[in-house]
Design a protein around this ligand. Structure first.
Ligand SMILES: Cc1cc2nc3c(=O)[nH]c(=O)nc-3n(C[C@H](O)[C@H](O)[C@H](O)COP(=O)(O)OP(=O)(O)OC[C@H]3O[C@@H](n4cnc5c(N)ncnc54)[C@H](O)[C@@H]3O)c2cc1C
Length: 379
């Protein structure tokens, strides 16, 4: 088993917190990864699967278990059954942005708007990563995974993964266990082979972010360059020189509330209706059934509201710190990113997060939920 000398998690997570774990295993091949997982699961030891550490908030106490680092790499390209499309099978430890760069260089469309998102390909389905209207669910075909229950390796189609807004069956949402305890070994995407010529952009969110009109035509490479520079201006591309990027990205999720609750919020709070849901089950008692099935009525759809707006309008502006000497603060570029200004403990960051939750709750009556996975730390 490729055991290595454990490295402090503060050096392996982008929020730069976390002590030295008890044990660390580096898995460079799928076989090493599968063997490591089976061994740790059989021993019943606590397990932390670590990709790029960019969606984790780890506590200060040493992690009392085994950290398995997913370091597998590789992209295989093959024909897709759909004409004009290509499939890519990518190892879980492959760097996500390296994959996007590869796809753009090959003229393959479908993930270019997600340029610059840190982390690994295997972690991308865990919270169904997305940016500017593109999400991995739109191009994901299937994943190869190993389940904790039984230790079997299987291939699971994307529509069985519960992919939704920053969620899936794999995600450890704060305060709850994932629906499926499994580790992704590889990911298969289907992308459109569009080449390098300029085309119009279908997505309104991406057009708005890049300042483009409906008739403007641009290439995939142009989109990638402009997404990267737009994200960099917000501190959303990792940069060792810029403490505004010492974060886990958005620390709080945009809140999803009922339409009735959304009406109680100030009118200028940005909001987006979720797609209307149909009542999933309609029961017609057999004795009352006369051959007529009434049309199903859509329910009042839930509404997604801007967490950044709620934070700023609760009086917590960009760059906010609890005291001048605090080493934890909001990014000076983005109200949703809690940042480690240098040497902050997890306790300091947690204190800031609780303060923000408290301000938003007392001002607007809702509790913001953290987006990163919390390990050994509570809010
Ligand atoms: C500056 C910055 C900007 C960001 N911008 C965005 C954005 O625009 N959109 C967005 O969606 N996210 C964004 N994020 C969040 C983050 O980059 C993504 O969630 C990313 O997919 C995490 O990948 P990772 O490899 O770093 O995962 P890690 O942080 O290592 O792990 C996250 C979780 O996934 C689990 N995990 C890791 N690998 C696997 C695997 N192979 N199988 C099963 N479980 C696994 C871990 O155990 C953990 O629970 C941003 C983060 C930062 C720091």
């Amino acid at each position: 088993m490729p055991d290595v000398t454990p490295i402090p998690l503060a050096q392996l997570t982008t929020l730069r917190t976390g002590g030295v774990p008890e044990r660390m295993i580096d898995a460079h091949t799928t076989d090493e990864l599968v063997d490591a997982l089976r061994e740790v699961w059989a021993d019943g030891e606590p397990l932390l699967v670590l990709g790029g550490g960019s969606n984790l908030f780890v506590g200060d106490e040493p992690y009392d278990g085994t950290v398995v680092r997913v370091l597998t790499r590789g992209i295989e390209r093959y024909a897709a059954p759909r004409p004009g499309h290509v499939r890519l099978r990518v190892q879980a430890g492959h760097d996500w942005d390296d994959l996007v760069a590869y796809a753009v260089a090959e003229g393959l469309a479908g993930i270019e708007a997600m340029s610059g998102i840190p982390g690994t390909v295997g972690a991308a389905p865990v919270q169904n990563i997305g940016a500017y209207g593109q999400e991995i669910v739109q191009s994901l075909v299937e994943v190869k995974l190993i389940d904790e229950a039984g230790g079997d390796v299987t291939t699971v189609p994307a529509d069985e993964l519960g992919l939704g807004f920053r969620t899936s069956v794999f995600k450890h949402h704060y305060g709850s266990a994932p629906a499926r305890s499994a580790v992704i070994l590889s990911v298969t995407l289907e992308l459109e082979d569009v080449g390098h010529t300029a085309r119009a952009i279908a997505g309104e969110q991406l057009r708005t972010a890049l300042g483009l009109g409906v008739d403007d035509v641009v290439s995939l490479a142009w989109i990638r360059d402009h997404v990267l520079s737009t994200r960099a201006r917000k501190g959303m591309v990792l940069d060792d020189e810029d403490p505004d990027t010492y974060s886990a990205g958005s620390f709080f999720q945009n809140a999803i509330v009922s339409a009735a609750f959304a009406r109680t919020l100030p009118r200028d709070c940005p909001r987006w209706p979720m797609s209307p849901e149909l009542d999933p089950v309609m029961v017609i008692p057999l004795e009352a059934f006369n051959g007529y099935v009434p049309p199903r009525t859509p329910l009042d759809p839930d509404v997604k509201v801007s967490a950044a707006w709620l934070i700023e309008h609760a009086g917590v502006g960009k760059g906010f710190r609890l005291s001048r000497s605090s080493r934890a603060g909001l990014s000076t570029k983005h109200a949703l990113a809690l940042t480690n200004r240098g040497g902050a403990s997890a306790a300091e960051i947690a204190q800031l997060a609780r303060f923000i939750q408290g301000r938003v709750q007392s001002e607007f009556g809702l509790v913001l939920q953290p987006e990163p996975v919390l390990v050994g730390v509570e809010l």
